[in-house]
Design a binder for this molecule. Structure first.
Ligand SMILES: NC(=O)c1ccc[n+]([C@@H]2O[C@H](COP(=O)([O-])OP(=O)(O)OC[C@H]3O[C@@H](n4cnc5c(N)ncnc54)[C@H](O)[C@@H]3O)[C@@H](O)[C@H]2O)c1
Length: 364
């Protein structure tokens, strides 16, 4: 089924309708800055994943609703965590090509492209702890492959690397909210190191390519993005709560719930990611998130209020479940606001309501 951006199409499922509305919200928030990509070709690694698919959806929305010259989208994904079903509605879209391949290996891309987005990664702590080498590889070798593919292009206009707020580790309280120039408090050997440290090295590679080859590269450091489209079996906290609420089961917390996070809705973040790629300063990194810091307990209570399911506490059977788990996470968005004109716009309550509506649809 081709995606035409219309939410009035009777064949569009309720879950897809939410995803399409999010794409429209992101495009709206990005505004005229998006038009630099009209008629271009965009390579997206990890395009079947949560963030990558939202990046693809926004381009598809602009093709259908705004641009006379459509953008071409090349997706590379090995489906280690991404689901083929997430892109199923794009299978017959002539502007989207999906390649099933591991970007950490010698993938060849024959079409020329103008923008490259490296959103491939293994982001769920449960999954990356089970696949630590694959996790490190995609953040280092996968990025290196994307950089080399991009270096061969005659007309490369932008490169975006998805780093993470986890590169800050567990900051001391005086560095919260956390600015981009904070150097981090990270273990290089702990159970999260395969992820955190390889993302840190990824940022180093990005800066080196900028220095040596003048690459138009920017890094984004997403802070706990959640929303429609995120697999509910992903193992991260919001998907866990959504899964339980969608099945009318108790909301189980495997900690005391006192650690904090700052959750950012997917549509807000998608606009921010594109802003970084299109108008950010080359060679620099940007926090993308929401400054509203809440405890895990508060989020669970909010989900409980919306869904009517109770909050309960259990101990994880995994002895390292909480090892090196950051106590607080909150972005300082001063730089993103001033360089990118980025501003999140969805409240936590609205975002949770949207996510739960989507989770209920996909759990039927
Ligand atoms: N979601 C967040 O809040 C968040 C926060 C910080 C950083 N990030 C980073 O953003 C990126 C996207 O995260 P996400 O939440 O969409 O994760 P995700 O797991 O939903 O998606 C990642 C996608 O990358 C694909 N992939 C993994 N390894 C690959 C490889 N070697 N070759 C090709 N494809 C591969 C997966 O199959 C999946 O489709 C990741 O790099 C992640 O580390 C995400």
């Amino acid at each position: 089924m081709p995606v035409n951006g219309s939410t009035g199409d009777a064949t569009v499922t309720a879950a897809e309708k939410i995803l399409r509305e999010d794409a429209a919200l992101a495009a709206n928030a990005l505004g005229a800055a998006a038009d630099a990509m009209e008629g271009s070709t965009v390579l997206v690694s990890g395009g079947a994943g949560f963030l990558g698919a939202a990046m693809v959806d926004m381009l598809v929305h602009l093709n259908a609703n705004r641009w006379k010259r459509p953008a071409k989208v090349l997706v590379v994904d090995n489906f280690v965590t991404g689901l083929p079903a997430r892109l199923q509605s794009l299978a017959s879209d002539p502007n989207v090509r999906i390649l099933n391949a591991d970007i950490s290996r010698d993938v060849e891309i024959s079409e020329p492209f103008n923008y490259a987005i490296h959103a491939a990664g293994i982001a769920s702590p449960i999954i990356y702890r089970a696949k630590p080498l694959q996790t490190a590889d995609v953040n280092v070798w996968g990025l290196r492959r994307m950089l080399e593919l991009a270096r061969a292009q005659a007309d490369l206009r932008g490169f975006l690397f998805f780093s993470t707020s986890e590169i800050y580790g567990d900051p001391d309280p005086e560095h919260i909210p956390t600015r981009e120039d904070y150097r981090g408090f990270v273990s290089c050997t702990g159970p999260r190191a395969c992820y955190d440290e390889s993302k840190r090295f990824g940022e180093t590679l990005a800066v080196v390519y900028h220095q040596e080859f003048g690459f138009p590269i920017r890094c984004v450091r997403p802070f706990n993005v959640y929303g429609a489209g995120q697999r509910i079996d992903d193992g991260r906290i919001i998907p866990d709560l959504m899964k339980a609420a969608a099945h009318n089961e108790p909301l189980v917390l495997l900690s005391d719930g006192r650690a904090t996070r700052s959750f950012c809705y997917i549509a807000d973040a998608t606009a921010g990611f594109y802003r970084a790629m299109l108008v950010g300063h080359p060679g620099e990194a940007y926090n993308i998130g929401n400054e509203h810091e809440v405890s895990i307990r508060e989020v669970a209570d909010l989900v409980s209020r919306i869904s009517g399911t109770p909050v309960t506490f259990e101990k994880s059977i995994d002895p390292h479940y909480l090892t090196d788990n950051p106590q607080r996470r909150c972005p300082d968005l001063t730089k993103s606001r001033s360089h990118l004109d980025y501003a999140p716009f969805t409240s936590l309550e609205d975002g949770i309501r949207r996510t739960l509506a989507w989770a209920r649809e996909v759990s039927r």
